[in-house]
Ligand binder design. Structure first.
Ligand code: MOS
Length: 765
């Protein structure tokens, strides 16, 4: 199996074009389907209601499950009475730690082991121990969802509570500095930054706070499970199809081929649709009851057992000389990562690549608390790290009486400020210039609180966003061409509505010289060649690397079939190219034979190649980062403190843009999520009880249509010469920089500096 980070690909063949200084992807700069506004290939299915999501899969004899959640934070179950639930109408089974089959705890997610996908390493219904408030303590299976929900309410549990750490301030005292996923080095220090800061003529030194946040994909976490005699089929909504299949096989003692995970459509992911307790509970319960089973979390259930974004406290200090050049850049802080969780909130990662400075001091501390483990949430780290950093830059600009864009331009690095690696492609100055011109930045008043319309004070602000390039090892695809002149691509990749399948089809069309309509895409099935997870904004380029490898293998297969009667006879694989719906001589393009002709003469229906992407060596040699310049104009009411955002503009430098329509939608979606981060989203966590108090969309406020202004997006569209297609990721960068742009605009409007998110009206009165 070729899964994320597998040894096979890590040791695989490395073509010259991936070596630094080698030949760029031949599709870079070519204008075909790539770069066009193709409509989503899944669009028609979605608007017609034909796309079938995991909780909609019909099955004969389906039963339904509901979960019971702990109401205490830490302790043990002292008394557990399931009699009333078992006697309730329609109930088929009650699962508790007493009858749950022995299942190993999932291994915590790791970049190198594809069967290590767990967001939590706690045992699932294996004992009477409670580790956090909301933990699954029982599951009820019944004939209908309503019967299961009702019976779940009849389970009586007495807990023996134990002391638990649920207060962030207190937990900070025990914080650890340990290596973690995403962050190779938690502590970076050079150039005596504290001393430089102390003697800098200009400086800012402040603390910023960001709250707990929860995932609110509109599609709830849900799976429909069916056991066969010797195999397991799981229709799940997941960002990690292949890895989930491998993990379930390991936990339930099956061979990898005995488990099939299907996830053709995901109704929103954002990092939360990973591997959690409910999948294990549902698969076990389905086997126990001997029937196909559906488990869909309630909205509250998502809050209880699916982690979100960790809160942070961050200190950012910047020292500058008389010209505004940074002499010291310090960024440190605290975020939560319980010992049974895997996800650090990597809020200093963006800071490491953003600005040149004479000295750096960067430190991330992990705080242990008794909570559901936090996880990835769109730009984990960068979303909130850029809030702190880019607020601080704005504060420094104000102190220096310098335009905040000018201050940023003066400190842009020409190589990675910490590693010294050359940037592969990096044009933030162009994003700033283009964005400022389009936005009308020159209309900003430099005096805070100077613009007013009636009760409204009006302000403009900006902030930088950033996100690293990620290409994951081990992506595999099967590429087939058929005698009717069509082609298809198959891999287990994830379509979460961002346009993955569409952009894959565009690539295949261009690689093979085919019209888009001749290409079909099969994804969302673990039986297909294994794609990496959809995460780190890296799925598209990861699969693109595999498509490139497949397209390099295909000519040899076709030449073999073409034989001596072909106009290509006598040419070697290195002497032909895929072009014009077939194969052509590289030197003599007039020697050409179509796929249709080759396959028909060879009496073959199709020819297929399976290939894996090369190891992502480009990431080791180059600094590969996308950047964004975010602009915001808003008004703040003197009467109510209410903030209304009037305009947002994002100007992006993300390499080549593969499909302007789906890209614009990704950018806008990220920016809207950024508005939630800036103004409305906050999980209310009761530090006395360790319990989330607002597990509902009525009380946890995501931006609604009325909160979302006109959003403009633009991009440099300069290809990255070291990545497949010249592209870098775009899924996450849209949220970065937005909260700072909003906070900085609030300061420009009112003269009030809010350093803790969200910026609610009470903080402005
Ligand atoms: Mo993203 S937070 O890597 O789904």
């Amino acid at each position: 199996n070729v899964l994320v980070g597998s040894v096979r690909t890590a040791l695989g063949w490395v073509p010259a074009q991936w070596l630094p200084g080698g030949t760029p992807d031949p599709l870079i700069g070519r204008h075909g389907e790539i770069g066009r506004q193709a409509s989503r290939v899944d669009g028609a299915l979605k608007v017609q209601g034909q796309a079938r999501f995991s909780a909609e899969v019909a099955m004969e004899g389906l039963c339904y499950a509901a979960l019971v959640h702990s109401t205490v934070t830490r302790g043990r179950i002292a008394r557990l009475d399931t009699a009333a639930a078992e006697a309730a109408p329609g109930v088929l089974l009650v699962v508790t730690h007493r009858n749950m089959p022995r299942v190993a705890s999932p291994s915590l997610i790791s970049m190198t082991d594809p069967t290590a996908t767990g967001n939590s390493s706690l045992p699932i219904l294996q004992d009477d121990q409670v580790h956090y408030n909301g933990q699954v303590v029982a599951a009820v299976v019944a004939e209908t969802q309503e019967q299961a929900d009702h019976a779940a309410s009849l389970i009586a549990i007495d807990y023996e509570a134990a002391p638990a750490e649920t207060r962030f301030e207190e937990a900070k005292a025990g914080a650890r500095v340990i290596p973690s996923l995403l962050i190779e080095r938690n502590h970076l220090s050079f150039g005596r930054a504290e001393r430089e800061l102390a003697r800098s003529p200009h400086k800012v030194d402040n603390r910023y706070r960001t709250p707990w946040q929860n995932h609110n994909a509109i599609e709830l976490h849900a799976l429909t499970v069916a056991w066969g005699d010797d195999e397991l089929t799981v229709h799940d909504t997941t960002q990690m199809i292949a890895a989930e299949a491998a993990t379930l096989a390991k936990l339930f003692g099956l061979k990898r081929e005995q488990v099939r995970v299907l996830s053709p459509f995901v109704g929103g992911g954002f990092g939360g649709k990973g591997f959690w307790d409910h999948q294990v509970a549902a698969v076990a319960a389905a086997r126990m009851v001997g029937r196909p089973l559906r488990l869909q979390l309630s909205r509250e259930g998502v809050y209880r057992i699916i982690g979100g974004r960790s809160p942070t406290e961050q200190r950012v200090a910047i020292g500058a000389d008389e010209d505004g050049r940074f002499t010291a850049l310090l960024h440190d802080g605290w975020s939560v990562m319980p010992p049974y969780g895997a996800c650090p909130e990597a809020y200093t990662l963006g800071t490491r690549a953003a600005y040149r400075a004479k000295s750096f001091e960067i430190l991330q501390r992990h705080v242990d608390m008794a909570v559901v483990p936090n996880t990835f949430m769109r730009a984990p780290g960068e979303a909130i790290g850029t809030f702190a950093l880019e607020s601080a830059v704005d504060e420094l600009a104000h102190a220096l009486a310098l335009d905040p864009i000018e201050l940023r331009l003066r400190n842009l690095p020409d190589k990675h400020p910490i590693t010294g690696a050359p940037f592969s492609q990096h044009a933030p100055a162009k994003s700033w210039a283009d964005g400022a011109a389009r936005f009308g930045w020159e209309r900003r008043s430099t005096t805070p609180g100077a613009r007013r319309e009636g009760e409204w004070r009006i302000g403009m602000g900006c902030g930088s966003g950033s996100f690293p390039y990620v290409r994951m090892p081990g992506a595999a695809v099967r590429l087939s061409v058929r005698h009717d002149g069509t082609a298809s691509l198959a891999c287990s990749g994830q379509e979460m509505g961002m346009g993955t399948a569409t952009v894959l089809a565009q690539q295949v069309a261009d690689r093979l010289g085919l019209p888009l309509a001749a290409v079909s895409i099969e994804i969302g099935d673990s039986a297909l060649p294994a794609a990496p997870l959809a995460g780190g904004s890296g799925q598209t380029v990861s699969i693109a690397g595999a498509i490139l490898a497949a397209a390099e293998k295909l000519p040899a297969e076709l030449l073999r079939l073409a034989g001596n009667d072909s106009p290509l006879a006598g040419l070697r694989p290195g002497e032909v190219r895929l072009a014009r719906e077939g194969l052509a001589g590289a030197e003599e393009p007039s020697r050409h034979e179509s796929f249709r002709s080759i396959l028909t003469r060879a009496n073959r229906d199709e020819v297929s190649v399976t290939a894996s992407g090369t190891p992502p060596l480009e990431m080791l040699k180059f600094a590969m980062h996308s950047t964004a310049a975010m602009f915001c104009e808003l008004r703040v009411s003197d009467v109510t403190g209410e903030v209304r955002v009037d305009r947002l503009l994002g100007s992006f430098d993300c390499g080549a843009i593969l499909n302007p329509r789906t890209a614009a939608s990704q950018f806008r979606g990220g920016m809207i999520m950024g508005l939630g981060l800036a103004l409305t989203e906050e999980t209310l966590f009761d530090e006395r009880s360790g319990r989330i108090m607002n597990p509902t969309l009525a009380d946890y406020h995501v931006p609604a249509h009325m909160d979302v202004p006109e959003i403009e997006v633009m991009w440099t569209d300069i290809p990255d010469p070291r990545s497949p297609l010249g592209a870098r990721g775009i899924g996450e960068i849209g949220i970065t920089g937005v909260a700072a742009a909003v906070a900085n605009a609030v300061f420009n409007a009112t003269g009030k500096r809010v350093r803790d998110l969200p910026i609610t009206l009470d903080k402005l009165l």
